[in-house]
Write a protein that binds this ligand. Structure first.
Ligand SMILES: Cc1cc2nc3c(=O)[nH]c(=O)nc-3n(C[C@H](O)[C@H](O)[C@H](O)COP(=O)(O)OP(=O)(O)OC[C@H]3O[C@@H](n4cnc5c(N)ncnc54)[C@H](O)[C@@H]3O)c2cc1C
Length: 736
């Protein structure tokens, strides 16, 4: 694979989008023309929508209405619809006319329906023609607006409808760009506009006395409407406040607090939350029941990366000929490899130790924590049980491996990512259940160490969150290492026959039987939400069984927070510590200012060989979410340093906004992808585009150059062809 060209897929300027833009341009032009013609005194249609004209014609209109009432109503209704649907000026005069023609009751009925239906048509027109374009272009920036509208759209619209300073047609058009449901728009508009409609229709019944439109709404009336408009929002806030207080109603609040924060769990999330609290001089206690450092240090990132390093070394020995070494052999004992893993954990341990954190000002307690009230945590240690009263509590209790209820599994025995590190003998035959990052990393390791590994995944491919070709690259590499990867295989049962353990799966070709000595279950991780007080406090869980929090990481008790694996939605060390910042800062300073957890740029990596690293969108997600993108692929097989290292494989795949260098996401597959992605993370975080990456000097020869070359591929595809043609002519002319 060489440098690939840019491939525009759902492209921002799709034919559909282009058509819509043309329709919008035509509509705007038509409205301008109509407006200009309308302003002309001889033929001006807006003359008919003028207050003085209306007053002059009142007698004629009334006579017409008396002779043909239904037709009058029909024509009036139709004109009103056209004026409002196309956002033409004149809606206010039309409303007055409604009062003049039909009186207060019927005028209100006719105007209310005509204006609401017309407004809804304008709303739909804006939605159909403009929403996709606006959301595609500014989707990321509009995330908060969209979320707000989805949650409280009806309230906002009601306020806008009642407060007369917001023009009617602007509200229709702007609301059309948001995710507000059409039905909600309709009924809120009808109810929200009713008061204003009555005032205008009523004024219309006394048309003769009105001199200008300005006088209809007195300052007092405007103020009353404004109050009426903001009332639901204020009421909503009050209700929220009452609700928040109600959850506390059954608890006795302590007179005073022993701590500002108590943190439950000393893993990545808990450590960072405690660190930040201590750094800003708060009184903080960290409670850990098992080992400081939690999952990442003891059973997760650290041991797995240590094992991957040893396995990679063995794979290099196997590949010695590729490096010009005729023969290289490794003599090793699996127990020594696992001993090294232990040593690596021990070497990293001081970073997360009680001593270090005590030195930083954190009180560390080894014990089991239980939340007994929204402000109190009971701690059971080896020696005693005591209670601490804290203004805030941060739950950082992590997750554990999920073990599916497969018949026979318990009887046969299994290991998980918690216990696999205790193995001291290399399994001759290992089944790895699960094709996610943990299952894939460990399958490759054990195969390289010499186990006969079968990896079983029920979905059609491993690493399902990544794009299909990425999964494919990793799967091929695993197979090259000797892993038998069985995709579309659903584990059904574990049987023991004649002392021989087997896993039975349903596969595409019927039942498959895989014999094993050890089975490693790596099918996902489930948050720790039971047994430490959440049930008693009524703190609920989400569909993915994590602790339910709001965007500020607060549980139903605003002073009780959750972060890390226990809160989700991500299960990484770096997201755990990212959330811990929000949880601790909100817990300590939330009364002054609260921060919404920002998940806009989240990177991650799977440390298989090749490594897979990603930030932002990949193609599958862009398709799913109907987001327009262009894709640029640079093949790392073309990179000088990768060639020199005999690691010339993989790719940098970047998704950008069509026609722009703005990065929507990047996936890197290859050596050190997890390190290389940092440049794209930085670029996305700070809004830098591919042009900026291209304009940055990258050291030669490094793998990092791949990032720049990917930007180069994009640039070539977006070179201004017309300018280049002119340049060609210029150079030809210069040659004479
Ligand atoms: C094999 C493997 C490899 C991984 N590799 C990576 C990787 O390469 N990169 C990456 O970013 N992530 C990786 N992860 C994920 C990462 O380890 C977790 O996302 C991270 O550790 C979560 O941190 P946490 O603080 O939320 O939870 P944890 O680290 O699980 O910490 C929670 C702590 O709370 C304690 N606790 C729970 N309940 C109580 C209680 N009632 N009282 C007192 N203490 C309690 C637990 O003992 C635990 O120590 C990997 C995970 C695994 C399993």
């Amino acid at each position: 694979m060489n440098r690939k060209t840019t491939d525009t897929t759902t492209g921002g300027r799709t034919p559909g989008t282009r058509k819509k833009l043309i329709v919008v341009a035509v509509l705007i032009a038509a409205i301008i023309v109509l407006f200009l013609i309308g302003k002309r005194e001889d033929v001006g249609i807006f003359n008919y929508l003028d207050l003085q004209y209306l007053k002059a014609q009142q007698d004629t209109i009334e006579t017409y209405r008396d002779t043909r009432p239904l037709l009058t109503a029909g024509v009036y209704f139709a004109i009103y619809l056209v004026v409002t649907a196309f956002s033409l000026p004149g809606a206010a005069v039309m409303t007055l006319a409604g009062g003049a023609i039909f009186g207060l009751l019927w005028g209100t009925v006719v105007v209310s329906f005509a204006s609401t239906i017309g407004a809804t048509l304008a709303f739909l027109l804006s939605r159909y023609l403009l929403r996709d374009i606006v959301q595609l272009r500014f989707g990321d920036k509009l995330k908060a607006v969209n979320a707000g509208i989805e949650k409280d759209g009806a309230f906002y619209l009601f306020t806008l409808r009642l407060v007369p300073i917001f023009p009617f047609f602007v509200i229709n058009l702007v609301m059309g760009l948001t995710p507000l449901a059409t039905r909600t728009f309709y009924w809120v508009s009808q109810v929200g506009m009713l008061a204003g409609t009555i005032v205008y229709v009523n004024a219309g019944t006394q048309l003769a006395r009105i001199e200008s439109l300005d006088g209809i709404l007195s300052p007092g009336l405007i103020a009353s409407f404004t109050l009426l408009g903001v009332f639901p929002l204020i009421a909503r806030k009050v209700v929220d406040g009452v609700k928040a207080r109600r959850v506390y109603a059954r608890w006795q609040k302590p007179q005073r607090f022993d701590r500002n924060v108590v943190v439950i769990g000393g893993g990545s999330a808990g450590l960072v939350a405690a660190y930040i609290s201590a750094a800003v001089k708060a009184s903080v206690t960290l409670i850990e029941r098992h080992k400081m450092g939690g999952d990442c240090l003891n059973t997760g990132c650290v041991p797995s990366k240590a094992l991957i390093r040893s396995a990679k070394f063995l794979s290099h020995i196997k590949r010695s000929a590729e490096f010009g070494i005729r023969e290289a052999n490794a003599l090793f004992d699996f127990a020594d490899v696992m001993q090294r893993v232990r040593k690596v954990i021990a070497d990293v341990e001081p970073h997360d130790s009680v001593e270090r954190y005590t030195g930083l000002g954190v009180e560390c307690i080894r014990g089991e924590a239980k939340i007994v009230s929204p402000w109190e945590v009971e701690i059971t240690t080896e020696h005693d049980t005591r209670r601490l009263a804290s203004r805030s509590i941060i739950i950082a209790a992590g997750a554990r491996p999920f073990v599916p209820p497969i018949p026979g599994l318990e009887q046969a025995g299994y290991v998980t990512s918690d216990t696999v590190w205790d193995l001291r003998e290399l399994p001759r035959r290992l089944v790895v259940l699960g094709g996610g990052p943990i299952g894939s990393e460990l399958s490759q390791c054990f195969a390289r160490l010499g186990s006969k590994v079968t990896q079983v995944e029920m979905l059609p491919r491993i690493l399902i969150r990544e794009d299909p070709e990425v999964s494919d690259l990793v799967m091929r590499s695993l197979r090259k290492d000797g892993v038998d990867v069985l995709v579309s295989h659903k584990a059904k049962r574990v049987v023991i026959e004649n002392n021989e353990k087997s896993l039975l799966c349903d596969g595409p070709e019927g039942e498959a039987r895989v014999g094993f000595d050890v089975i490693l279950v790596a099918v996902g991780r489930v948050a720790n939400t039971e047994g430490y007080g959440l049930e008693e406090l009524g703190i609920g869980t989400t569909q993915s069984r994590t602790v339910q929090t709001n965007e500020f990481l607060q549980t139903i008790y605003p002073n009780v927070y959750a972060c890390g694996d226990v809160a989700g939605p991500y299960q990484f060390t770096h997201t755990a510590s990212h959330q811990a910042w929000y949880a601790s800062v909100n817990a300590l300073f939330g009364r002054l200012k609260r921060f919404r957890a920002d998940y806009s740029v989240i990177p991650w990596a799977t440390f298989t060989e090749p490594e897979v690293a990603r930030v932002g969108l990949n193609e599958s997600e862009a398709h799913e979410r109907n987001i327009a993108y262009e894709v640029t692929v640079y093949g790392i097989d073309d990179l000088d340093r990768a060639i020199a290292d005999s690691e010339a494989h993989g790719m940098v795949k970047v998704l950008t906004v069509p026609g722009k260098d703005m990065i929507l996401g990047a996936t890197i597959v290859g050596e050190h992808a997890g390190d290389l992605i940092a440049e794209y993370v930085m670029a996305m975080r700070h809004g830098l585009g591919l042009n900026k990456i291209l304009a940055t000097i990258h050291i030669y020869p490094t793998l990092a150059e791949a990032n720049k070359y990917a930007a180069g591929v994009w640039k070539r595809e977006h070179a201004p062809q017309r300018v280049l043609q002119w340049l060609k002519r210029y150079h030809a002319w210069m040659r004479g």
